[in-house]
Design a protein around this ligand. Structure first.
Ligand code: NAD
Length: 492
Protein backbone atom coordinates (compact mmCIF):
# COMPACT_ATOMS: atom_id res chain seq x y z
CA UNK A 1 0.00 0.00 0.00
CA UNK A 2 1.31 3.45 -0.95
CA UNK A 3 1.43 6.09 1.76
CA UNK A 4 2.42 9.02 -0.47
CA UNK A 5 0.80 11.14 -3.14
CA UNK A 6 1.91 10.74 -6.75
CA UNK A 7 2.81 14.19 -8.09
CA UNK A 8 5.08 15.07 -11.02
CA UNK A 9 6.34 11.51 -11.25
CA UNK A 10 7.45 11.53 -7.58
CA UNK A 11 6.01 10.02 -4.43
CA UNK A 12 5.43 12.98 -2.12
CA UNK A 13 4.24 13.19 1.48
CA UNK A 14 1.17 15.43 1.81
CA UNK A 15 2.15 19.05 2.47
CA UNK A 16 0.27 19.17 5.76
CA UNK A 17 1.35 15.66 6.71
CA UNK A 18 -2.15 14.40 7.44
CA UNK A 19 -3.63 10.95 6.99
CA UNK A 20 -7.10 9.44 6.98
CA UNK A 21 -8.03 5.85 7.92
CA UNK A 22 -8.92 3.21 5.36
CA UNK A 23 -11.40 0.74 6.82
CA UNK A 24 -12.10 -2.80 5.62
CA UNK A 25 -15.92 -2.80 5.52
CA UNK A 26 -16.10 -6.56 6.11
CA UNK A 27 -14.13 -6.46 9.37
CA UNK A 28 -14.46 -2.79 10.41
CA UNK A 29 -10.68 -2.82 10.96
CA UNK A 30 -8.48 0.11 9.98
CA UNK A 31 -6.12 -1.40 7.45
CA UNK A 32 -4.16 1.67 6.41
CA UNK A 33 -3.58 5.36 6.96
CA UNK A 34 -3.80 7.03 3.55
CA UNK A 35 -2.12 10.35 2.73
CA UNK A 36 -4.51 13.29 3.14
CA UNK A 37 -3.82 15.74 0.35
CA UNK A 38 -5.00 19.31 0.77
CA UNK A 39 -5.15 22.51 -1.31
CA UNK A 40 -1.33 22.83 -1.33
CA UNK A 41 -0.91 19.34 -2.80
CA UNK A 42 -3.64 19.99 -5.35
CA UNK A 43 -1.87 23.20 -6.38
CA UNK A 44 1.44 21.31 -6.67
CA UNK A 45 -0.25 18.60 -8.77
CA UNK A 46 -2.07 21.06 -11.04
CA UNK A 47 1.17 22.98 -11.64
CA UNK A 48 2.92 19.71 -12.52
CA UNK A 49 0.11 18.76 -14.90
CA UNK A 50 0.20 22.27 -16.42
CA UNK A 51 3.95 22.09 -16.97
CA UNK A 52 3.67 18.60 -18.49
CA UNK A 53 0.94 19.84 -20.81
CA UNK A 54 2.60 23.12 -21.86
CA UNK A 55 6.19 21.90 -22.09
CA UNK A 56 6.30 18.11 -21.83
CA UNK A 57 6.28 15.51 -24.58
CA UNK A 58 2.89 13.89 -23.92
CA UNK A 59 0.50 16.13 -25.91
CA UNK A 60 3.06 16.30 -28.72
CA UNK A 61 3.49 12.55 -29.15
CA UNK A 62 1.71 10.72 -31.94
CA UNK A 63 -1.42 8.80 -31.05
CA UNK A 64 0.52 5.60 -31.69
CA UNK A 65 3.17 6.56 -29.15
CA UNK A 66 0.55 7.40 -26.52
CA UNK A 67 -1.24 4.14 -27.33
CA UNK A 68 1.95 2.21 -26.60
CA UNK A 69 2.01 3.61 -23.07
CA UNK A 70 -1.72 2.98 -22.54
CA UNK A 71 -1.29 -0.64 -23.64
CA UNK A 72 1.62 -1.07 -21.21
CA UNK A 73 -0.63 0.25 -18.42
CA UNK A 74 -3.29 -2.31 -19.41
CA UNK A 75 -0.71 -5.13 -19.46
CA UNK A 76 0.56 -4.26 -15.98
CA UNK A 77 -3.00 -4.15 -14.61
CA UNK A 78 -3.69 -7.58 -16.11
CA UNK A 79 -0.42 -8.98 -14.76
CA UNK A 80 -1.34 -7.67 -11.27
CA UNK A 81 -5.07 -8.43 -11.63
CA UNK A 82 -5.48 -10.80 -8.69
CA UNK A 83 -3.46 -8.66 -6.26
CA UNK A 84 -5.22 -5.44 -7.30
CA UNK A 85 -8.61 -7.15 -7.06
CA UNK A 86 -7.86 -8.30 -3.52
CA UNK A 87 -6.85 -4.79 -2.54
CA UNK A 88 -10.10 -3.49 -4.05
CA UNK A 89 -12.10 -6.02 -1.99
CA UNK A 90 -10.42 -4.97 1.26
CA UNK A 91 -11.03 -1.32 0.44
CA UNK A 92 -14.54 -1.51 -1.02
CA UNK A 93 -15.98 -4.82 0.23
CA UNK A 94 -17.18 -6.19 -3.12
CA UNK A 95 -16.98 -9.95 -3.83
CA UNK A 96 -13.63 -10.98 -5.32
CA UNK A 97 -15.02 -12.27 -8.66
CA UNK A 98 -16.61 -8.83 -9.19
CA UNK A 99 -13.31 -7.11 -8.37
CA UNK A 100 -11.46 -9.36 -10.81
CA UNK A 101 -14.04 -8.49 -13.46
CA UNK A 102 -13.47 -4.79 -12.65
CA UNK A 103 -9.69 -5.19 -13.16
CA UNK A 104 -10.26 -6.84 -16.54
CA UNK A 105 -12.64 -4.03 -17.50
CA UNK A 106 -10.09 -1.46 -16.33
CA UNK A 107 -7.37 -2.98 -18.52
CA UNK A 108 -9.92 -3.22 -21.36
CA UNK A 109 -10.66 0.48 -21.00
CA UNK A 110 -6.95 1.40 -21.37
CA UNK A 111 -6.67 -0.88 -24.42
CA UNK A 112 -9.82 0.54 -25.99
CA UNK A 113 -8.59 4.13 -25.71
CA UNK A 114 -5.17 3.04 -27.00
CA UNK A 115 -7.04 2.01 -30.15
CA UNK A 116 -8.77 5.39 -30.38
CA UNK A 117 -5.44 7.20 -29.88
CA UNK A 118 -4.05 5.29 -32.86
CA UNK A 119 -7.13 6.17 -34.91
CA UNK A 120 -6.45 9.85 -34.24
CA UNK A 121 -3.24 9.51 -36.28
CA UNK A 122 -5.22 8.10 -39.18
CA UNK A 123 -7.66 11.01 -39.18
CA UNK A 124 -5.60 14.03 -38.10
CA UNK A 125 -7.97 16.51 -39.73
CA UNK A 126 -11.36 16.73 -41.34
CA UNK A 127 -12.03 18.89 -44.39
CA UNK A 128 -15.09 21.09 -44.19
CA UNK A 129 -16.88 21.80 -47.43
CA UNK A 130 -17.73 25.51 -47.65
CA UNK A 131 -20.20 27.21 -49.96
CA UNK A 132 -17.61 30.00 -50.47
CA UNK A 133 -15.01 28.73 -53.01
CA UNK A 134 -12.36 31.33 -52.09
CA UNK A 135 -11.90 29.72 -48.67
CA UNK A 136 -10.79 26.33 -47.42
CA UNK A 137 -11.57 25.02 -43.98
CA UNK A 138 -10.59 22.04 -41.89
CA UNK A 139 -11.13 20.84 -38.37
CA UNK A 140 -8.46 19.50 -36.06
CA UNK A 141 -9.01 18.01 -32.60
CA UNK A 142 -6.64 19.00 -29.81
CA UNK A 143 -6.36 17.96 -26.16
CA UNK A 144 -8.36 20.20 -23.85
CA UNK A 145 -5.41 20.71 -21.50
CA UNK A 146 -5.20 19.93 -17.79
CA UNK A 147 -8.09 17.75 -16.64
CA UNK A 148 -9.23 17.27 -13.06
CA UNK A 149 -11.00 13.99 -12.26
CA UNK A 150 -12.99 13.42 -9.09
CA UNK A 151 -14.37 9.91 -8.66
CA UNK A 152 -16.53 7.83 -6.29
CA UNK A 153 -15.90 4.62 -4.34
CA UNK A 154 -18.18 2.07 -5.96
CA UNK A 155 -15.75 0.97 -8.71
CA UNK A 156 -12.54 2.60 -7.47
CA UNK A 157 -10.03 1.67 -10.18
CA UNK A 158 -12.57 1.19 -12.97
CA UNK A 159 -14.04 4.68 -12.44
CA UNK A 160 -10.49 6.07 -12.53
CA UNK A 161 -9.86 4.34 -15.87
CA UNK A 162 -13.05 5.78 -17.42
CA UNK A 163 -11.46 9.21 -17.01
CA UNK A 164 -7.71 8.59 -17.05
CA UNK A 165 -7.66 6.41 -20.21
CA UNK A 166 -9.53 8.78 -22.57
CA UNK A 167 -7.77 11.85 -21.12
CA UNK A 168 -4.34 10.32 -21.72
CA UNK A 169 -5.38 9.04 -25.16
CA UNK A 170 -6.42 12.59 -26.10
CA UNK A 171 -3.06 14.01 -24.95
CA UNK A 172 -4.33 15.73 -21.82
CA UNK A 173 -2.59 15.73 -18.47
CA UNK A 174 -4.58 15.03 -15.33
CA UNK A 175 -4.98 15.34 -11.59
CA UNK A 176 -7.01 12.45 -10.17
CA UNK A 177 -8.76 12.73 -6.80
CA UNK A 178 -10.10 9.32 -5.72
CA UNK A 179 -12.78 8.84 -3.07
CA UNK A 180 -11.51 8.99 0.51
CA UNK A 181 -13.41 5.74 1.13
CA UNK A 182 -11.38 3.79 -1.45
CA UNK A 183 -7.96 5.33 -2.19
CA UNK A 184 -5.83 2.17 -2.36
CA UNK A 185 -5.98 1.00 -5.99
CA UNK A 186 -5.86 4.59 -7.27
CA UNK A 187 -2.53 5.03 -5.47
CA UNK A 188 -1.33 1.78 -7.06
CA UNK A 189 -2.22 3.31 -10.42
CA UNK A 190 0.60 5.80 -9.76
CA UNK A 191 3.09 2.92 -9.54
CA UNK A 192 1.56 1.33 -12.64
CA UNK A 193 1.88 4.43 -14.85
CA UNK A 194 5.40 4.98 -13.51
CA UNK A 195 6.35 1.44 -14.55
CA UNK A 196 4.65 1.94 -17.92
CA UNK A 197 6.91 4.95 -18.57
CA UNK A 198 4.28 7.70 -18.55
CA UNK A 199 6.20 11.02 -18.49
CA UNK A 200 6.33 12.88 -15.16
CA UNK A 201 3.39 15.17 -14.42
CA UNK A 202 1.03 13.59 -16.97
CA UNK A 203 -1.00 11.77 -14.31
CA UNK A 204 -0.96 13.05 -10.74
CA UNK A 205 -2.88 11.31 -7.97
CA UNK A 206 -3.91 13.18 -4.83
CA UNK A 207 -5.93 11.28 -2.23
CA UNK A 208 -7.83 13.28 0.35
CA UNK A 209 -11.22 14.33 1.63
CA UNK A 210 -13.83 15.89 -0.64
CA UNK A 211 -13.79 19.30 1.00
CA UNK A 212 -9.98 19.38 1.48
CA UNK A 213 -8.77 18.00 -1.87
CA UNK A 214 -11.80 17.68 -4.21
CA UNK A 215 -13.03 21.21 -3.72
CA UNK A 216 -9.63 22.91 -4.31
CA UNK A 217 -9.28 20.83 -7.47
CA UNK A 218 -12.70 21.90 -8.74
CA UNK A 219 -11.87 25.54 -7.97
CA UNK A 220 -8.30 25.60 -9.32
CA UNK A 221 -7.90 28.06 -12.17
CA UNK A 222 -5.12 25.92 -13.70
CA UNK A 223 -7.62 23.19 -14.53
CA UNK A 224 -9.22 23.38 -18.00
CA UNK A 225 -11.65 20.50 -17.69
CA UNK A 226 -13.39 18.80 -14.77
CA UNK A 227 -14.79 15.30 -14.98
CA UNK A 228 -16.84 14.19 -12.00
CA UNK A 229 -18.67 11.04 -11.01
CA UNK A 230 -20.56 11.04 -7.76
CA UNK A 231 -23.71 12.27 -6.09
CA UNK A 232 -26.05 14.99 -7.32
CA UNK A 233 -25.36 17.41 -4.42
CA UNK A 234 -21.59 17.20 -4.97
CA UNK A 235 -22.13 17.48 -8.74
CA UNK A 236 -24.00 20.73 -8.16
CA UNK A 237 -21.09 22.08 -6.06
CA UNK A 238 -18.60 21.09 -8.77
CA UNK A 239 -20.70 22.78 -11.43
CA UNK A 240 -20.89 25.95 -9.36
CA UNK A 241 -17.12 25.91 -8.75
CA UNK A 242 -16.49 25.35 -12.47
CA UNK A 243 -18.76 28.23 -13.41
CA UNK A 244 -16.32 30.84 -12.12
CA UNK A 245 -13.71 30.03 -14.77
CA UNK A 246 -16.20 28.60 -17.32
CA UNK A 247 -14.46 25.22 -17.06
CA UNK A 248 -15.49 22.49 -19.41
CA UNK A 249 -17.32 19.90 -17.28
CA UNK A 250 -18.79 16.45 -17.54
CA UNK A 251 -20.90 15.00 -14.75
CA UNK A 252 -21.99 11.42 -14.13
CA UNK A 253 -24.41 11.53 -11.23
CA UNK A 254 -26.98 9.39 -9.50
CA UNK A 255 -30.02 7.48 -10.64
CA UNK A 256 -33.20 5.70 -9.64
CA UNK A 257 -33.52 3.55 -12.68
CA UNK A 258 -36.68 1.63 -13.57
CA UNK A 259 -36.94 -1.98 -14.79
CA UNK A 260 -40.26 -2.66 -16.52
CA UNK A 261 -41.18 -6.36 -16.64
CA UNK A 262 -44.10 -7.39 -18.84
CA UNK A 263 -46.25 -10.42 -18.04
CA UNK A 264 -45.01 -12.46 -21.01
CA UNK A 265 -41.48 -12.55 -19.53
CA UNK A 266 -39.91 -15.80 -18.42
CA UNK A 267 -40.09 -15.59 -14.64
CA UNK A 268 -36.65 -17.18 -14.02
CA UNK A 269 -34.95 -14.76 -16.39
CA UNK A 270 -36.84 -11.81 -14.94
CA UNK A 271 -35.87 -12.66 -11.35
CA UNK A 272 -32.22 -13.26 -12.31
CA UNK A 273 -31.87 -9.92 -14.11
CA UNK A 274 -33.81 -8.03 -11.44
CA UNK A 275 -31.37 -9.38 -8.85
CA UNK A 276 -28.34 -8.60 -10.99
CA UNK A 277 -29.76 -5.12 -11.53
CA UNK A 278 -29.85 -4.28 -7.82
CA UNK A 279 -27.74 -6.71 -5.78
CA UNK A 280 -24.56 -6.69 -7.88
CA UNK A 281 -21.91 -4.58 -6.10
CA UNK A 282 -24.32 -4.46 -3.11
CA UNK A 283 -26.60 -2.20 -5.16
CA UNK A 284 -23.96 0.54 -5.02
CA UNK A 285 -24.24 1.11 -8.73
CA UNK A 286 -25.32 4.43 -10.23
CA UNK A 287 -27.33 2.62 -12.93
CA UNK A 288 -28.86 0.03 -10.55
CA UNK A 289 -32.43 -0.74 -11.55
CA UNK A 290 -33.79 -0.01 -8.10
CA UNK A 291 -37.42 0.52 -9.13
CA UNK A 292 -38.97 -2.63 -10.56
CA UNK A 293 -42.33 -2.31 -12.30
CA UNK A 294 -44.13 -5.59 -12.92
CA UNK A 295 -47.28 -6.07 -15.00
CA UNK A 296 -50.19 -6.79 -12.63
CA UNK A 297 -50.89 -10.36 -13.73
CA UNK A 298 -47.26 -11.44 -13.13
CA UNK A 299 -46.69 -9.39 -9.97
CA UNK A 300 -47.71 -11.89 -7.21
CA UNK A 301 -45.78 -14.84 -8.67
CA UNK A 302 -42.72 -12.76 -9.52
CA UNK A 303 -42.58 -11.16 -6.10
CA UNK A 304 -42.78 -14.51 -4.35
CA UNK A 305 -39.98 -15.92 -6.49
CA UNK A 306 -37.83 -12.80 -6.06
CA UNK A 307 -38.11 -12.91 -2.26
CA UNK A 308 -37.21 -16.60 -2.30
CA UNK A 309 -34.17 -16.23 -4.57
CA UNK A 310 -32.86 -13.06 -2.88
CA UNK A 311 -32.86 -14.88 0.47
CA UNK A 312 -30.53 -17.50 -1.06
CA UNK A 313 -27.78 -15.03 -2.04
CA UNK A 314 -24.65 -15.88 -0.10
CA UNK A 315 -23.55 -12.91 2.03
CA UNK A 316 -20.08 -12.56 3.52
CA UNK A 317 -16.56 -11.21 3.30
CA UNK A 318 -15.80 -10.47 -0.34
CA UNK A 319 -12.64 -12.54 -0.07
CA UNK A 320 -14.51 -15.69 1.08
CA UNK A 321 -15.30 -18.34 -1.54
CA UNK A 322 -18.82 -18.22 -2.88
CA UNK A 323 -19.70 -14.74 -1.57
CA UNK A 324 -22.14 -12.98 -3.88
CA UNK A 325 -23.02 -10.04 -1.63
CA UNK A 326 -20.36 -8.25 0.41
CA UNK A 327 -20.68 -5.46 2.97
CA UNK A 328 -21.64 -1.90 2.10
CA UNK A 329 -18.63 0.35 1.64
CA UNK A 330 -18.67 2.25 4.94
CA UNK A 331 -20.45 2.84 8.23
CA UNK A 332 -21.83 6.09 6.80
CA UNK A 333 -23.29 4.34 3.77
CA UNK A 334 -24.62 1.47 5.94
CA UNK A 335 -26.42 3.87 8.27
CA UNK A 336 -27.80 5.81 5.31
CA UNK A 337 -29.25 2.69 3.71
CA UNK A 338 -30.73 1.40 7.00
CA UNK A 339 -32.28 4.82 7.61
CA UNK A 340 -33.83 4.76 4.12
CA UNK A 341 -35.39 1.34 4.78
CA UNK A 342 -36.76 2.59 8.09
CA UNK A 343 -38.15 5.69 6.41
CA UNK A 344 -39.81 3.44 3.81
CA UNK A 345 -41.42 1.40 6.58
CA UNK A 346 -42.66 4.54 8.31
CA UNK A 347 -44.10 5.79 5.03
CA UNK A 348 -46.12 2.59 4.69
CA UNK A 349 -43.90 0.29 2.61
CA UNK A 350 -43.88 -3.44 3.31
CA UNK A 351 -40.53 -5.14 3.79
CA UNK A 352 -41.20 -8.23 1.67
CA UNK A 353 -37.67 -9.57 2.13
CA UNK A 354 -34.45 -8.76 3.99
CA UNK A 355 -34.16 -5.34 5.59
CA UNK A 356 -31.76 -6.21 8.41
CA UNK A 357 -28.26 -7.39 9.33
CA UNK A 358 -27.85 -11.04 8.28
CA UNK A 359 -27.83 -13.55 11.14
CA UNK A 360 -24.31 -14.54 12.19
CA UNK A 361 -22.59 -11.54 10.63
CA UNK A 362 -22.21 -9.30 13.65
CA UNK A 363 -19.24 -7.31 12.40
CA UNK A 364 -19.00 -5.53 9.07
CA UNK A 365 -21.50 -3.40 7.19
CA UNK A 366 -23.64 -6.31 6.01
CA UNK A 367 -27.25 -6.05 4.98
CA UNK A 368 -29.65 -8.65 3.64
CA UNK A 369 -30.87 -8.14 0.07
CA UNK A 370 -33.97 -6.09 0.69
CA UNK A 371 -37.26 -6.00 -1.19
CA UNK A 372 -39.79 -3.27 -0.51
CA UNK A 373 -43.37 -3.20 -1.79
CA UNK A 374 -46.57 -1.18 -1.31
CA UNK A 375 -44.78 2.17 -1.30
CA UNK A 376 -46.47 5.26 -2.72
CA UNK A 377 -45.18 6.80 -5.93
CA UNK A 378 -44.25 9.95 -4.04
CA UNK A 379 -42.51 8.12 -1.17
CA UNK A 380 -38.83 8.63 -0.36
CA UNK A 381 -37.80 5.06 -1.14
CA UNK A 382 -39.47 5.10 -4.56
CA UNK A 383 -38.07 8.49 -5.54
CA UNK A 384 -34.61 8.76 -4.02
CA UNK A 385 -31.41 6.87 -4.72
CA UNK A 386 -30.65 4.52 -1.79
CA UNK A 387 -27.38 3.13 -3.21
CA UNK A 388 -27.61 -0.21 -1.46
CA UNK A 389 -29.12 -3.68 -2.01
CA UNK A 390 -32.66 -2.36 -1.74
CA UNK A 391 -35.21 -2.80 -4.51
CA UNK A 392 -38.69 -1.29 -4.65
CA UNK A 393 -41.25 -3.35 -6.55
CA UNK A 394 -44.58 -2.04 -7.82
CA UNK A 395 -47.27 -3.44 -10.14
CA UNK A 396 -48.41 -1.60 -13.28
CA UNK A 397 -51.61 -1.81 -15.33
CA UNK A 398 -50.53 -1.39 -18.94
CA UNK A 399 -47.66 -0.14 -21.11
CA UNK A 400 -48.73 3.49 -20.89
CA UNK A 401 -48.93 3.29 -17.11
CA UNK A 402 -45.48 1.64 -16.95
CA UNK A 403 -43.83 4.31 -19.09
CA UNK A 404 -45.43 7.10 -17.09
CA UNK A 405 -44.23 5.61 -13.78
CA UNK A 406 -40.78 4.83 -15.19
CA UNK A 407 -40.23 8.37 -16.42
CA UNK A 408 -41.69 10.02 -13.33
CA UNK A 409 -38.26 10.74 -11.81
CA UNK A 410 -35.80 13.61 -11.61
CA UNK A 411 -33.13 11.11 -12.71
CA UNK A 412 -32.60 9.61 -16.15
CA UNK A 413 -29.46 7.52 -16.06
CA UNK A 414 -30.66 4.05 -17.07
CA UNK A 415 -33.80 1.99 -17.64
CA UNK A 416 -34.57 -1.62 -18.54
CA UNK A 417 -37.46 -3.47 -20.13
CA UNK A 418 -38.22 -7.18 -20.35
CA UNK A 419 -40.73 -8.84 -22.66
CA UNK A 420 -40.77 -11.60 -25.27
CA UNK A 421 -42.25 -9.03 -27.67
CA UNK A 422 -39.20 -7.29 -29.18
CA UNK A 423 -41.33 -4.71 -30.96
CA UNK A 424 -42.77 -3.67 -27.63
CA UNK A 425 -39.29 -3.62 -26.06
CA UNK A 426 -38.04 -1.29 -28.79
CA UNK A 427 -41.08 0.97 -28.37
CA UNK A 428 -40.60 1.18 -24.59
CA UNK A 429 -36.81 1.67 -25.01
CA UNK A 430 -37.54 4.75 -27.15
CA UNK A 431 -40.11 6.04 -24.66
CA UNK A 432 -37.71 5.94 -21.67
CA UNK A 433 -36.14 9.31 -20.79
CA UNK A 434 -32.74 7.79 -19.94
CA UNK A 435 -29.25 7.68 -21.41
CA UNK A 436 -28.75 3.91 -21.07
CA UNK A 437 -31.48 1.40 -21.89
CA UNK A 438 -31.26 -2.36 -21.51
CA UNK A 439 -33.60 -4.80 -23.24
CA UNK A 440 -34.09 -8.19 -21.57
CA UNK A 441 -31.19 -7.57 -19.18
CA UNK A 442 -29.92 -4.95 -16.71
CA UNK A 443 -26.41 -3.57 -16.09
CA UNK A 444 -24.05 -5.13 -18.66
CA UNK A 445 -21.73 -2.25 -19.59
CA UNK A 446 -19.44 -2.06 -22.59
CA UNK A 447 -16.49 0.28 -23.02
CA UNK A 448 -17.45 0.89 -26.66
CA UNK A 449 -20.92 2.33 -25.91
CA UNK A 450 -21.72 5.80 -24.47
CA UNK A 451 -22.48 6.10 -20.76
CA UNK A 452 -24.32 8.96 -19.10
CA UNK A 453 -27.68 10.32 -18.13
CA UNK A 454 -30.62 12.54 -18.94
CA UNK A 455 -32.05 15.06 -16.47
CA UNK A 456 -30.31 15.27 -13.08
CA UNK A 457 -28.23 12.16 -13.83
CA UNK A 458 -25.58 14.26 -15.46
CA UNK A 459 -24.09 16.16 -18.35
CA UNK A 460 -22.15 14.55 -21.19
CA UNK A 461 -21.19 10.97 -21.93
CA UNK A 462 -18.24 8.80 -20.97
CA UNK A 463 -16.93 5.66 -22.68
CA UNK A 464 -16.74 4.96 -26.40
CA UNK A 465 -15.71 7.74 -28.74
CA UNK A 466 -17.91 10.07 -26.68
CA UNK A 467 -15.53 9.56 -23.77
CA UNK A 468 -12.58 10.67 -25.88
CA UNK A 469 -14.49 13.72 -27.14
CA UNK A 470 -14.75 14.88 -23.50
CA UNK A 471 -11.02 15.56 -23.54
CA UNK A 472 -10.73 17.13 -27.00
CA UNK A 473 -11.21 20.66 -28.21
CA UNK A 474 -12.45 21.27 -31.74
CA UNK A 475 -10.50 23.82 -33.75
CA UNK A 476 -11.43 25.08 -37.20
CA UNK A 477 -8.63 26.35 -39.43
CA UNK A 478 -9.98 28.45 -42.25
CA UNK A 479 -7.79 29.92 -45.02
CA UNK A 480 -8.40 32.57 -47.67
CA UNK A 481 -7.12 30.78 -50.78
CA UNK A 482 -7.75 33.47 -53.38
CA UNK A 483 -5.14 35.86 -54.81
CA UNK A 484 -7.87 38.48 -55.26
CA UNK A 485 -7.94 41.36 -52.73
CA UNK A 486 -10.71 41.15 -50.12
CA UNK A 487 -11.86 44.59 -51.21
CA UNK A 488 -13.95 45.69 -48.19
CA UNK A 489 -11.98 48.77 -47.06
CA UNK A 490 -9.43 49.03 -49.80
CA UNK A 491 -11.01 49.09 -53.19
CA UNK A 492 -8.81 48.96 -56.29
P1 NAD B 1 -19.88 11.88 -3.51
O1 NAD B 1 -20.49 12.91 -4.34
O2 NAD B 1 -20.08 11.92 -2.05
O3 NAD B 1 -18.31 11.83 -3.72
C1 NAD B 1 -17.73 11.68 -4.99
C2 NAD B 1 -16.35 12.31 -4.98
O4 NAD B 1 -16.49 13.72 -4.79
C3 NAD B 1 -15.42 11.81 -3.88
O5 NAD B 1 -14.12 11.69 -4.41
C4 NAD B 1 -15.48 12.94 -2.87
O6 NAD B 1 -14.32 13.04 -2.08
C5 NAD B 1 -15.60 14.16 -3.76
N1 NAD B 1 -16.18 15.34 -3.13
C6 NAD B 1 -17.01 15.42 -2.07
N2 NAD B 1 -17.33 16.71 -1.79
C7 NAD B 1 -16.68 17.47 -2.71
C8 NAD B 1 -16.64 18.87 -2.98
N3 NAD B 1 -17.31 19.75 -2.24
N4 NAD B 1 -15.91 19.28 -4.02
C9 NAD B 1 -15.24 18.42 -4.81
N5 NAD B 1 -15.23 17.08 -4.59
C10 NAD B 1 -15.96 16.61 -3.57
O7 NAD B 1 -20.40 10.50 -4.10
P2 NAD B 1 -20.05 9.05 -3.60
O8 NAD B 1 -20.82 8.81 -2.35
O9 NAD B 1 -18.59 8.82 -3.60
O10 NAD B 1 -20.62 8.18 -4.79
C11 NAD B 1 -21.92 7.77 -4.85
C12 NAD B 1 -22.67 8.55 -5.90
O11 NAD B 1 -22.00 8.47 -7.16
C13 NAD B 1 -24.03 8.00 -6.15
O12 NAD B 1 -24.97 9.04 -6.16
C14 NAD B 1 -23.95 7.36 -7.51
O13 NAD B 1 -25.14 7.29 -8.21
C15 NAD B 1 -22.92 8.18 -8.18
N6 NAD B 1 -22.27 7.42 -9.25
C16 NAD B 1 -22.57 7.75 -10.53
C17 NAD B 1 -22.00 7.05 -11.59
C18 NAD B 1 -22.35 7.39 -13.02
O14 NAD B 1 -21.69 6.93 -13.92
N7 NAD B 1 -23.35 8.20 -13.26
C19 NAD B 1 -21.08 6.05 -11.32
C20 NAD B 1 -20.76 5.77 -10.00
C21 NAD B 1 -21.37 6.48 -8.97
Amino acid sequence: MRDKLFIDGQWAAPAEGGTFPVIDPATEETIFQAPAGTARDIDHAVRAARHAFDHGPWPRLSGKERAGCLRRIADIILARKEELARLEVRDNGKPLPEAIWDMEDTAGCFNFYAGLAEEMDEHPEETIVLTEPRFSSKVVREPVGVAGAIIPWNYPLLMASWKVAPALAAGCTMVLKPSELTPLTALELGAIVEEAGLPAGVLNIVTGLGADAGQPLSEHSGVDKLAFTGSVPTGAKIMAAAARDIKNISLELGGKSPFVVFADSDIDKAVEWIMFGIFWNQGQVCSATSRVLVEESLYPALLERLVEEAARIRIGNGLADGTLLGPLVSKGQYDKVLAAIERGRQEGATIAGGGKRPAGLNTGYFLEPTILTDMAEDSFVWKEEIFGPVVCVKPFRDEEDAIRMANNSRFGLAAAVMSKDRVRCERVARAFRAGIVWINCSQPTFTEAPWGGYKQSGIGRELGRWGLANYLETKQITAFESDEPWGWYIKN
